[in-house]
Design a protein around this ligand. Structure first.
Ligand code: ATP
Ligand code: MG
Length: 321
């Protein structure tokens, strides 16, 4: 095959990649190369630890977690096949994460990058998150350098393209998005041993995008659907998030937050876990103002950690209801 039209410098060609020494943070590749069982691959890469973290840190998302396990299993077996001299072609790992805002797509993409890195599928394992504006220019000749700069930054890791369908604007005949798509397609094909692309966005719009861009669809090997969270999952996420920040719900506050969520979920622009996070940020702000308003009061750690019902109930969501 001829050289790729768009070879991104700074990335290693397949032959050199296999020969080059791994970076310091890379898994113990001697052990990995000698592995003859699934257990040996798991213990030399510690990929299990990433999967366990994903399981514990993220509430719900059962179908997504199952798919990630499947992909990890495929890669572990692929490693073993390579060790037995059975495999030569790099597996296609480009993915599409579809779901509504705040359903955990970016968070899971970061974990996915770690899994790919530990198993030696990407050199560095970092995640570069971009949208249309990072890839597409405003004038002629502006787009290719922008797209290539982003690709260069992402080489050796994962390129996460949020709301990927905005790259394609059929209503505008001379849209430069098409140019970015062409470059992406070539690099996704020719340099897939060193770059994994994850496209993300709303489910329906992603489907429409793929219908108009069959080349893109054919390069995406894994489609993961991120469901909306239910009320109890959102409450669970709230408790976890507060705990991470060393706060907790005081008496009656969790019930107040549940009522808040019931109302908020029916309003426009509800964004799942992101809305939970934002609501808790505002509750912390109100708690601080409440304590600040009483400067003589001697405080203790418990008071400083406690979100009271009034910190929730002062939300505009209750006034609008
Ligand atoms: N299942 C979950 N358990 C705990 N926290 C979660 C979960 N899903 C998302 N979060 C938290 O919610 C926030 C938003 O998640 P994330 O950015 O991954 O979602 P997204 O789907 O990429 O959203 P957006 O479309 O807004 O970019 C993050 O702070 C994340 O840690
Ligand atoms: Mg995101």
């Amino acid at each position: 095959m001829s050289a790729p039209a768009y070879a991104i410098p700074g990335s290693t060609p397949p032959a050199a990649a296999a020969a080059s020494t791994p970076p310091a943070a890379a898994p113990a590749s001697d052990a990995l190369g000698a592995a003859r069982s699934v257990a040996e691959v798991l213990s030399s890469t510690q990929v299990q630890a990433v999967l366990q973290e994903l399981d514990q840190e993220l509430v719900g998302l059962a179908p997504v977690k199952a798919r990630i396990r499947d992909i990890a299993a495929l890669l572990v077996i692929d490693k073993l096949r390579t060790n037995f001299g059975l495999q030569s072609q790099a597996p296609s790992l480009h993915m599409c994460f579809s779901g509504n805002p705040g359903t955990g797509k970016t968070t899971v993409a970061q974990r996915m990058a770690q899994v790919l890195h530990r198993l030696g599928y990407v050199r560095k394992g970092h995640l570069v998150s971009v949208t249309r504006d990072d890839l597409v220019g405003q004038y002629i000749g502006h787009t290719a350098p922008k797209t290539k700069e982003v690709l260069q930054r992402a080489m050796g890791g994962v390129l996460f393209i949020d709301e990927a369908y905005y790259l394609y604007r059929p209503e505008n005949e001379r849209d430069y998005g098409q140019e970015a798509i062409e470059i992406l397609l070539q690099v996704m094909e020719n340099q897939r041993h060193d770059l994994v692309v994850i496209l993300a966005g709303y489910h329906d719009r992603m489907q429409t995008f793929f219908q108009s861009n069959p080349g893109m669809r054919s390069r995406i090997a894994h489609h993961l659907d991120f469901p909306d969270y239910g009320l109890s999952e959102l409450l669970h996420i709230a408790g976890k998030t507060l705990g991470q920040q060393h706060y907790r719900f005081g008496t009656g506050a969790e019930a107040a937050f549940e009522r808040y969520l019931e109302l908020r979920m029916r309003q426009p622009h509800f964004a799942n876990a992101r809305s939970v996070r934002n609501a808790l940020d505002r509750a912390r702000l109100r708690q601080a103002s409440r304590l600040f308003a009483n400067p003589e009061r001697v405080l203790d750690a418990q008071t400083l950690c406690t979100i009271a019902p009034e910190d929730i109930l002062a939300s505009r969501v209750f006034q609008d209801a």
